[in-house]
Design a protein around this ligand. Structure first.
Ligand code: SF4
Length: 328
């Protein structure tokens, strides 16, 4: 266990965690809502520091990041715990339970593995990386020294101060925007929308950001919510890439999988206001990036593979229009 950052002592052996907006007050011998920040004798510890459940060399498209070194691979690491409790969590075995064992893996070993595997960097993913804060910050600093990139795949539920401390070491983020409906966040995710919006808005100023909206059948897929979500994203900028992702019944959710037509409708609607919209988790998924100016297809994907990349640096090879993101 590692002494945690962002907390304060209260009376009677209790502590208050200041890492995320839940602001858990934790009694001695108990954990916060994320189950991985533990009060022992009036000191808060991280019980997942340098311990991982999952390590893979993944295509960057799997995060999903489509405008960040397309076609490259990234060492992806995750562990137990989450500060949300989404009933549809696609990674619930590690985020909501401790079923799979954790293995020790130091920051230095993680960085070494990334270098040895020819990875472009390290993605902190699978569970919520912000509740793994101490390890992620330490590893991200070390990774930077080795010229590796750092990527967060996150629900964005974190307080401004820790976010501000970590962001200078982060190159890209995929942030889940689970819905634009505050009630959905409250009832289905056990979190709240406003802090997520703040994270998105702050992060966009400092690193490359793409957003993902998992469309859960009958839960967050109404046309009203869809239009509001698209309006919010287009208000951030027409160039913010937005991924609609297909949900499958899992964990506590029994609603049928998102119909392909619902994803295509979301994609069609969003493309009226946004330049880069993708529909993921579909069979035979083909998601091309086209130049918004001359409409030329620039990056053709098939699943997680890049079949064609016609970018010239970061620009359209035909008309020279600059495509947002980080490219080789
Ligand atoms: S990080 Fe965990 S312990 Fe801290 S406030 Fe959030 S849910 Fe509670």
């Amino acid at each position: 266990m590692k002494t945690a950052v962002y907390w304060k002592k209260l009376t009677a052996g209790k502590v208050s965690c200041l890492l995320c907006p839940h602001a858990c007050v934790i009694a001695d011998g108990k954990t916060g809502l994320c189950r991985v920040r533990y009060n022992l004798n009036g000191t808060l510890y991280s019980s997942i520091y340098a311990e991982t459940t999952s390590i893979n060399l993944d295509p960057i498209e799997k995060k999903p990041l489509y405008h960040f070194y397309p076609g490259s691979r990234i060492l992806s690491v995750g562990t137990n715990g989450c500060n949300f409790a989404c009933s549809f969590c696609q990674n619930w075995e590690i985020s909501q339970t401790e079923q799979s064992g954790r293995q020790k893996m130091s920051s230095a070993e993680t960085v070494e593995l990334a270098v040895a595997g020819g990875s472009i960097g390290i993605a902190y993913t699978y569970n919520e990386p912000f509740i793994w804060f101490e390890f992620v910050l330490e590893t991200a600093k070390l990774a930077r020294k080795k010229k590796l990139r750092n990527v967060l795949v996150t629900n964005g539920y974190v307080n401004a101060e820790p976010l501000g401390e970590l962001l200078p070491y982060i190159d890209a983020m995929n942030i889940d925007l689970k819905s634009i409906n505050a009630d959905f966040y409250k009832k289905t995710c056990k979190g709240s929308l406003e802090p997520v919006k703040k994270t998105i808005e702050s992060s966009l100023k400092q690193c490359h950001v793409e957003l993902t909206n998992l469309l859960v059948t009958g839960k967050n897929d109404s046309e009203t919510d869809l239009v509001k979500l698209i309006d919010y994203v287009s208000g951030l900028g027409k160039d913010v890439p937005l991924h609609f992702s297909r949900y499958f019944p899992i964990y506590k959710s029994t609603e049928p999988a998102t119909p392909a037509a619902a994803l295509r409708f979301a994609e069609f609607t969003a493309k009226k206001k946004l330049n880069y919209v993708y529909a993921g988790n579909l069979d035979a998924e083909k998601n091309s990036t086209c130049c918004p100016k001359c409409k030329t297809e620039l990056i053709r994907r098939n699943g997680f593979s890049v079949e064609i990349n016609l970018l010239k640096g970061s620009n359209c090879f035909k008309c020279g229009h600059k495509i947002p993101g980080c490219f080789k």
